[in-house]
Design a protein. Structure first.
Length: 303
C-alpha cells in the first residue's frame, strides 16, 4: 500500500497549513525586502562604508526594520555596517532584559543607553497632557549625540508609509503646513543624517510580518496608554478609508511623491511672477531644519 494511502489524515491538513503559512511568509518578506531596497535606492539612503545605527524601541516597526536590513545587508552591492541601539528610559516595569537577549542571539553589535527621561517627562508634563513632544526631543538629543560619538553616518528610524501619511494630515489639520517626515533628513549642522528605510511599506504588512516572526514586542507604558491622541484620530480615519476604499492610501502616498509646486500656493517654492520654481537653498527656501514634529506619536524610536 502506498505512503499516500497509509498517511494519517490528521497530519495532512497541518502539513498543508504549514506549507501555506511558509509561502505567505516568503511572499511578505520578499515584498518588504523589495520595498526597502527600492526606498534605499530612490533616496540614496545607504552608501558604501556607511555605519547605520538602527534605533530599536521594542515595537514592531523597529524590529522589522532591523530584521529586513540585516537580510538585505547579506546581498547588498555595497558594504555597510549595522549596529542596534536602544534607549532605556527607565520606565517602571520596563523588561530591560528582552532586547539585550534578543540582540545577543542575533549576533549584532548593540548598545543599551540608560537615561531616566521618564522621570523628567512625568515631572514636566501635567497629568492628562500628551507626553510625546518632550519625550521625542529628549530621545532625539540623546541618540543624536550617541551617533556622533560612535562614528555613525546614518540613523535609521522605523517610520513607515502610514506614519508619513498620518504626519502629512496632522500638519494639515492642526498645523497649517503641507509637511510630512522625509525618507531622508540632513540636519542643519551636518552632524546627523536620518533615514527611514520602511518609507514605502504599509503598517499592516509590518504588523503581519512581526506576528509571523514572533518578535518580543515591548509596549510603551509612557505614551502607549494615552487615549484620544490626535494621531489616533487620523489612524482611525485611514482605517475606515482603507476598508471602504481599497487603494486610496496608496494613491495618497503616490501624491506625496509627485508634487507640483506651481499648482499649490507657496510663494517660497514657486515664483509665480516668473513662472518658475525657486532654487532649493535660495533666499526664499531655507536649509532643512531638524525635525520638530508637534503632533501625536512622533518619537524617534517609533513605538
Amino acid at each position: 500500500m502506498s505512503e499516500a494511502m497509509t498517511a494519517n489524515p490528521e497530519t495532512v491538513p497541518a502539513s498543508e497549513a504549514e506549507r501555506r503559512q511558509k509561502l505567505e511568509f516568503n511572499k511578505l518578506q520578499k515584498r518588504l525586502r523589495r520595498e526597502m531596497g527600492q526606498a534605499i535606492a530612490d533616496f540614496s539612503m545607504i552608501e558604501a562604508g556607511d555605519k547605520v545605527m538602527c534605533c530599536l524601541s521594542g515595537g514592531k516597526d523597529s524590529y522589522a526594520m532591523l530584521d529586513i536590513l540585516m537580510n538585505l545587508q547579506k546581498s547588498a552591492p555595497v558594504h555597510f555596517e549595522l549596529i542596534a541601539v536602544n534607549l532605556d528610559q527607565k520606565q517602571p516595569g520596563f523588561p530591560e532584559e528582552v532586547l539585550p537577549e534578543y540582540l545577543a542571539a542575533l549576533g549584532i553589535e548593540y548598545h543599551i543607553i540608560e537615561k531616566d527621561t521618564y522621570s523628567i517627562v512625568k515631572e514636566k508634563v501635567p497629568d492628562g497632557k500628551t507626553t510625546c513632544g518632550l519625550c521625542s526631543r529628549l530621545r532625539r538629543g540623546i541618540l543624536y549625540n550617541f551617533a556622533e560619538e560612535h562614528g555613525v553616518t546614518k540613523i535609521a528610524l522605523g517610520h513607515h508609509r502610514d506614519d508619513l501619511l498620518e504626519t502629512l494630515f496632522l500638519n494639515m489639520f492642526y498645523g497649517g503646513k503641507l509637511k510630512s517626515m522625509p525618507p531622508v533628513l540632513h540636519s542643519d549642522d551636518g552632524r546627523n543624517t536620518v533615514i527611514r528605510p520602511l518609507a514605502y511599506s504599509r503598517e499592516k504588512d509590518i504588523a503581519r510580518y512581526a506576528r509571523m516572526r514572533e518578535f518580543p514586542i515591548i509596549p510603551c507604558n509612557l505614551c502607549g496608554s494615552q487615549e484620544n491622541l490626535q494621531r489616533q484620530v487620523i489612524k482611525d480615519m485611514f482605517q475606515t478609508w482603507d476598508n471602504q476604499h481599497p487603494g486610496r492610501l496608496e494613491t495618497m502616498f503616490r501624491a506625496m511623491c509627485n508634487v507640483e509646486p506651481s499648482h499649490l500656493a507657496d510663494t517660497g517654492l514657486y515664483d509665480f511672477r516668473e513662472g518658475s520654481r525657486r532654487p532649493v537653498g535660495g533666499e526664499a527656501v531655507g536649509n532643512v531644519k531638524p525635525e520638530t514634529e508637534d503632533f501625536g506619536r512622533l518619537d524617534v524610536l517609533n513605538i
